[in-house]
Design a protein around this ligand. Structure first.
Ligand code: ATP
Ligand code: MG
Length: 259
């Protein structure tokens, strides 16, 4: 059977999304359906709105002064912007890793333990197990296993901090995972491990991953969305986007002619 873009269930639906920072419009009339339990990569030149798109999905932009968001967003059947929306449940179901690692100023253990403690009330040995598993999955365990209960997360290197943030996100077991350039601060070995992790998580999780690495996008994703100047130019099977895109600008971008 040939799989069409519409044959898998949709877990995130966006319609007519406009996002403004003051006068500046960062996203223009975006409509997209994100497929459940698949990896979708978001690509496009710097400043085209990829991070804005990710952050808007899980209400990470709420506190930005002068931001205006219009349009419809549905995540797993719920509108995150509805009156009385359950933000705690949204945080549990939708995990995010940011472009810049942002560990909390506390120990590595506490960074990872905080989510499962808060969301599931885990304590003691059970919590320890979840922390270790998340650190292993994020390929950080071997480097921190001797001092993760004492060492402050802020005292890790940049790449280690990014993997700590990945572990912190994984520990909550979100169904939907948003990753904004998760590998941009990582060395090739850690990058390969994170790519492997993304492969392991897909199938059971929905992943939306921003990357500037086009080879990576092609390797890890089922679907790719190409953004330019705040517009979603093209969205489809990664194979089609990278080998036979419909739009000229997509062709130019994926072949390295601009961006
Ligand atoms: N907090 C903010 N306040 C004002 N303008 C913003 C803010 N965040 C982003 N912008 C603007 O919105 C546009 C989209 O930015 P965004 O960070 O979403 O792009 P991006 O595609 O993630 O870029 P990059 O690849 O460089 O990370 C840019 O013009 C940017 O300057
Ligand atoms: Mg960005």
């Amino acid at each position: 059977m040939i799989e069409t873009a519409t044959s898998t269930p949709v877990v995130i639906g966006v319609r007519g999304l406009n996002v403004f920072y003051g006068e500046k419009q960062a996203l223009k009339n975006i409509s997209a359906e994100i497929h459940e339990k698949k990896v979708t990569t978001l690509i496009g030149p710097s400043g085209c709105g990829k991070s804005t798109f990710l952050r808007t999905l899980n209400r990470m932009n709420d506190r930005i002064e002068g931001i205006r968001i219009e349009g419809d967003i549905q995540i797993a059947g719920e509108d995150p912007y509805a009156k009385g929306a359950d933000l705690l449940a949204l945080r549990r179901r939708v995990g995010m890793v940011f472009q810049k690692p942002n560990p909390f100023p506390m120990t590595i253990y506490e960074n990872v333990a905080m989510g499962p403690k808060m969301h599931y009330g885990l304590r003691g040995k059970q919590l320890d197990e979840v922390v270790e598993e998340a650190l292993r999955e994020a390929a950080l365990w071997d480097e921190v296993k001797d001092d993760f209960r004492k060492k402050n997360g802020l005292n890790l290197s940049g790449g280690q901090q990014q993997r700590l943030c990945i572990a912190r996100m994984l520990a909550v077991r979100p169904e939907i995972i948003l990753m904004d350039e998760p590998c941009s601060a990582l060395d090739p070995i850690s990058t390969a491990k994170v790519e492997e992790l993304i492969g392991q998580l897909s199938g059971a999780h929905t992943l939306l991953v921003v990357t500037h690495n086009l080879q990576q996008a092609e390797r890890i994703s089922d679907y790719t969305a190409f953004f330019m100047f705040g517009e979603l130019v093209e969205h489809g099977h990664s194979k089609a986007i990278f080998t036979d895109p419909v739009h000229r600008s997509t062709q130019d971008y994926v072949s390295g002619r601009f961006g």
